[in-house]
Design a protein around this ligand. Structure first.
Ligand SMILES: Nc1ncnc2c1ncn2[C@@H]1O[C@H](COP(=O)(O)OP(=O)(O)OP(=O)(O)O)[C@@H](O)[C@H]1O
Ligand SMILES: [Mg+2]
Length: 231
């Protein structure tokens, strides 16, 4: 079996003594695939992404990644830093030789369809464009793994599906691996595989269509009460 881009082996994590936010988690995401992670509020989705991003370390088990990760968060206003589109992407490259900046900024902005706007002030972008800018920041750093924690939470339905489609295209064209957290079932049709977290455990894995069917059949609310659902 080839080396996966994301590997969790029997991973557990507790924020507080005696209470595990994640337990017994096994996950194997092959390189070049677009996966989604679903679960109720408090089921452990963000904790899992924080483990993958190296912001916290597991109290149990093993995490392995193909390389550095790019992290895209819910609120686009919390991750764009510089005044213009191009400067924002270049900012993330400060530790690379300056001779590389221009080329990598242009390539990353082209990949997310923002190159034409590279001189535009960031405040003039839509929410969806700001999320694409955050993704460009990660692409410019050429990370092999992209983690997105409810990147569509602040977007309207049209921009939401557009972003999901764009990440699907990016994964196909660049070979990057993406793990996308969502509450929104309609986004599932863009992923290769999806997993369901309930009470800190991965309880289901399948295609987007299989997960959609499972969630409907079990009358799981996409916002609440999944933790009570049978595995
Ligand atoms: N910084 C923290 N300190 C203490 N407990 C935390 C912290 N972050 C999360 N938790 C707890 O860990 C559990 C999982 O939370 P997490 O944020 O990972 O869930 P989530 O699935 O991302 O939820 P949501 O859908 O609301 O974003 C919850 O019980 C939560 O209260
Ligand atoms: Mg969360």
């Amino acid at each position: 079996m080839s080396v996966p881009a994301i590997l969790l082996e029997d991973v557990g994590f507790g924020w507080a003594e005696g209470r595990l936010a994640l337990q017994g988690c096994h996950l194997r995401v092959p390189q070049g695939e677009f996966w989604m992670l679903l679960g109720a509020n408090g089921s452990g989705k963000s904790t899992l992404l924080k483990l993958l991003a190296g912001l916290i370390t597991p109290t149990q088990g093993r995490v392995a990644l193909a390389g550095a990760v790019g992290l895209v968060l819910q609120n686009p206003d919390h991750q764009v830093i510089m005044p213009s589109v191009g400067a924002d992407v270049a900012f993330g490259l400060a530790d690379l030789p300056p001779v590389l900046w221009a080329g990598q900024v242009e390539q990353a902005l082209r990949l997310v369809g923002l190159w034409e706007l590279h001189q535009r002030p960031v405040y003039a972008l839509s929410g969806g464009q700001k999320q694409r800018l955050a993704i460009a920041g990660a692409l410019a750093r050429q990370v092999p793994v992209l983690l997105l924690d409810e990147p569509t939470a602040f977007l309207d339905p049209a921009q939401q599906l557009e972003l999901a489609q764009q990440v699907q295209n990016l994964v196909r064209s660049t070979g990057i691996t993406a793990l996308w957290v969502t509450h929104r079932l309609e986004e599932l049709s863009y992923c290769d595989q999806a997993v369901l977290l309930a009470g800190g455990r991965i309880t289901q894995q399948g295609t987007g269509a299989q997960l959609q069917r499972y969630i409907h059949q079990h009358h799981l609310d996409t916002q609440v009460a999944w933790n009570e659902a049978p595995a």
